[in-house]
Design a protein around this ligand. Structure first.
Ligand SMILES: Cc1cc2nc3c(=O)[nH]c(=O)nc-3n(C[C@H](O)[C@H](O)[C@H](O)COP(=O)(O)OP(=O)(O)OC[C@H]3O[C@@H](n4cnc5c(N)ncnc54)[C@H](O)[C@@H]3O)c2cc1C
Length: 164
């Protein structure tokens, strides 16, 4: 998952750099949102994941022979170094709060990129939250389109609670 998100962000960074050359700063906020969020959650996930792995190994997880004490020592700084998790998560949330406030005023908030529109679902919250699943079998239920819509509905529900 981290690899896919990292690859997507790298592609977006290239797109943003190309836009910056023509003084277009449209993707800057979005990039800040994604990278601060990734720093917050991936840093914590790695640290907690290594700790879980260490505990799963019982006493061997404390032995230098397993190398886990060294790996744990290296990963334990990830939630803090180069931006504390709480602070990075706050940075990440900032854009969403701003978008919800804008959408409540009736403004469009979706950010257009070359192939997709990020956060476009916020512009259609009412329609989205009253929509029904069009899945008819396990295959359509597990399809990426259906999954994407389900995630948008879930995020939309959180946002609509936030706006109330
Ligand atoms: C091993 C290591 C190597 C480092 N190397 C470098 C380096 O080479 N160059 C460099 O410049 N820096 C380096 N740093 C510093 C690092 O970038 C900072 O430690 C990191 O950004 C966290 O900032 P801070 O220490 O000021 O902690 P703070 O931001 O003060 O955080 C302290 C606590 O307060 C909480 N907190 C802070 N703000 C809020 C808020 N708004 N709301 C709620 N809670 C909050 C945090 O969650 C945390 O629990 C290094 C740090 C470590 C641990």
């Amino acid at each position: 998952m981290m690899k896919i998100v990292g690859w997507y962000t790298f592609e977006m960074m290239n797109e943003m750099k190309a836009q910056l050359r023509s003084s277009n700063f449209q993707l800057l906020d979005l990039m800040h949102h994604f990278t601060s969020g990734q720093k917050a959650f991936f840093g914590l996930m790695v640290h907690q994941g290594v700790d879980e792995l260490r505990m799963c190994c019982g006493g061997a997880g404390y032995s230098q022979w397993s190398l886990l004490p060294e790996i744990f020592s290296c990963s334990s700084v990830f939630p803090t170094v180069e931006g504390d998790t709480v602070v990075m998560a706050q940075q990440n949330a900032k854009l969403l709060f701003h978008m919800v406030a804008q959408a409540a005023k009736g403004k469009k908030v979706g950010v257009d990129k070359i192939t997709t529109t990020s956060f476009g679902y916020i512009d259609h919250l009412t329609e989205l939250l009253s929509s029904k699943s069009d899945a008819t079998c396990p295959v359509t239920f597990a399809s990426l389109d259906h999954l994407e819509k389900a995630l948008a509905v879930r995020a939309g529900q959180w946002l609509s609670h936030l706006g109330q």
